[in-house]
Design a protein around this ligand. Structure first.
Ligand code: PEP
Ligand code: MG
Length: 590
């Protein structure tokens, strides 16, 4: 197992994308390896025996599991059905198979995982070429492969719900609901092979304040269960089996980070005002009603983005009008009169619908997501709108439509709101008929048409996560193109500036609610462009406030002017780093 080899193992440093800041140090739990290929990984010659020992141990555990399963099946269903496990047991005890796996480990100095996957997949191929009754055994071979791999790499994700000690979770990928359901008391950090800066897993990790690095490509293949792991979510680094010096340095760095974060607590009740007196509004993004408390604790002045589609995650049944209504009332009640922007369902793409679709879309980010999905599912859309209008009575609440790409969609959505208002009036149900309605500007087409849209909405909220994705043609969740996903790209900055200016011209309030608002590197240019409202994940609020309180509007105007003249994101980033480090050195450690 990893711990046996741990004493001998060499430190490995992996660079990914830091998506949730902070440092965590704990042993690894590697989640299911079932769904992906096991890449070849060599081990030093003197480790091969340790790999053999891991194999024997995993085979023993697997055998015990199957015997247990067999006994329970006999008891519940009967002897006949239980006999399917005899094939599994026979395979596990097969000396020829064992020899083949051992030879693969010793012959190539590879990991036990790689040897198991290679040999068993070879077996499976052979069986496929056999008569039908034997070819059906392929499923059993895959089953054994999965079981052995699981026992080699560590616990299954189900057991993450019952942790008794601190761990760092290593996974190929996580769904937003898996991340959301994590035991915050014991899961100290996440290291994920897949994903980019604004993947929804990253967003939830940030919301929960769990340090996380994504886009690591193969961390699950590089590390084994029990290995000592450092996650540096601030710098996007994962260290496997750190040496004692690295460990000591990180322990020291973790203390400094905690001190910096604590130093920000003092700002909680102070206004987000620039040094020369310009007042800025700081709001929080939430996915769950329970997050309102954190928004307020972190000094947020309300909720600038409530991602209501998270009501759908973790549940197999569609939320009813009452489910929606209750969740919105809870948010509004906890906000105690502060403003709340409820975004209508942004289902589709990587959220909910694809995982349940019988025929997944070929290109879901460009498919039936968001407002498009709602406009095609009117019963569901109207159910939500009814709940929002009902919950809005006497509250400071606005409704926002996501992913608008043309004015027709906006007009259609508004006409549905009018229909729902008529229905509620006819039914004599109390509601809020004059609720402000805004749109997310998160597609280049919306950004380019914002002058026209400004005449038909009460506010804009710029969703930089999608705006960057669609402007730069970079899938926000794909680690292979993650380095191209950049808020500093001049095309993105020009679109942002134009939308903010359009809002100012038409007297339509503009906020930014994408992750860019949570990055202190961009606070100055956004202020300089004229942005008055930032909405970000609650843990980021204190640092953004600190940044706002550390600069003047004059300084910010100069920074904004300067960045508009650069021709590459590298130049923009270099310039912004230098400018931000000057005003807040503690936030940018060397
Ligand atoms: C965005 O796209 O920037 C945004 C805030 O919405 P989401 O991340 O939920 O798509
Ligand atoms: Mg979006």
């Amino acid at each position: 197992m990893g711990t046996d080899a741990g004493n001998l193992a060499e430190m490995r440093i992996k660079k990914g994308i830091g998506v949730s800041p902070g440092v965590a140090i704990a042993p690894a739990v590697v989640m299911d390896t079932e769904e992906f290929d096991i890449p070849m990984r060599h081990v030093p010659v003197d480790h091969a025996q340790a790999e053999l020992a891991r194999l024997v141990k995993a085979a023993d555990v697997s055998k015990r599991e199957i015997l247990d399963l067999r006994a329970r099946t006999v008891e519940r269903i009967g002897q006949e059905t239980a006999s399917i496990f005899d094939f599994h047991l026979g395979l596990l005890e097969d000396k020829v198979l064992h020899q083949k796996i051992s030879d693969t480990i010793l012959g190539g100095n590879v990991t036990a995982e790689y040897a198991v996957a290679t040999v068993l997949r070879g077996y499976a191929k052979e069986f496929l070429g056999m008569p039908q009754y034997l070819a059906e055994r392929v499923k059993d071979i895959y089953d054994i492969e999965k079981r052995l791999l699981r026992n080699l790499t560590g616990q299954r994700h189900e057991s993450l719900a019952h942790l008794t000690k601190d761990v760092i979770v290593l996974a190929r990928d996580l769904t937003p609901s898996q991340t959301a359901g994590m035991d915050r008391n014991h899961i100290r950090g996440l290291a994920i092979d897949a994903g980019g800066q604004t993947s929804h897993t990253a967003i939830v990790a940030r919301a929960l304040g769990i340090p996380a690095v994504v886009g690591l490509n193969d961390v699950t293949a590089e590390a084994s269960a029990g290995d000592s792991i450092i996650i540096d979510g601030t710098r996007g680094v994962v260290v496997i089996d750190p040496d004692s010096e690295t460990l000591a340095n990180y322990e020291q760095y973790a203390i400094q980070q905690v001190e910096f974060i604590h130093s920000l607590d003092a700002l909680r009740d102070l206004p987000a005002t620039t040094r020369d007196g310009h007042e800025i509004t700081l709001l929080g993004n939430i996915e769950f009603p329970s997050e309102v408390r954190t928004v307020l604790e972190k000094g947020g002045q309300g909720v600038g983005l409530y991602r209501t589609e998270f009501l759908y995650l973790g549940s197999d049944v569609e939320p009813t009008e009452e489910d929606h209504y209750k969740a919105y009332c809870q948010v509004l009640e906890e906000c105690q009169g502060r403003p709340v922007v409820i975004r209508t369902l942004d289902l589709g793409a990587d959220k909910y619908t694809q995982s349940r679709a019988r025929v997944p879309e070929r290109n879901p980010m460009l498919g039936c997501r968001s407002i498009r999905f709602c406009l095609q599912n009117l019963v569901m859309f109207k159910t939500q709108i009814r709940a929002i209008l009902r919950a809005g009575v006497g509250a400071k609440v606005s409704m926002m439509f996501p992913l608008i790409t043309n004015l027709m969609e906006l007009r259609q959505a508004k006409s549905i709101v009018r229909d729902v208002i008529e229905d509620l009036e006819e039914e004599g149900i109390e509601h809020r008929p004059d609720m402000p309605i805004g749109i997310m500007v998160e597609t280049p087409s919306a950004a380019l048409q914002c002058d026209a849209a400004a005449k038909e909405v009460d506010f804009f909220s710029i969703g930089t996560n999608d705006l960057i994705q669609y402007t730069l043609a970079v899938d926000r969740g794909n680690e292979k193109v993650a380095s191209l996903f950049s808020a500093a790209n001049p095309a993105v900055l020009h679109l942002l500036r134009d939308v903010i200016r359009s809002g100012l011209r038409h007297d339509v309030p503009v906020s930014v609610c994408g992750e860019m608002a949570a990055d202190p590197l961009f606070t100055m240019p956004l202020l300089g462009m004229g942005l008055k409202t930032f909405s970000c994940a609650p843990p980021a609020l204190p640092e953004i406030k600190k940044m706002i309180r550390s600069v003047t509007m004059e300084q910010s105007l100069q920074v904004a002017r300067k960045v508009m003249n650069f021709e590459s994101d590298k130049e923009v980033l270099n310039f912004l780093h230098a400018a931000a480090r000057k005003v807040l050195p503690a936030a940018w450690p060397d």
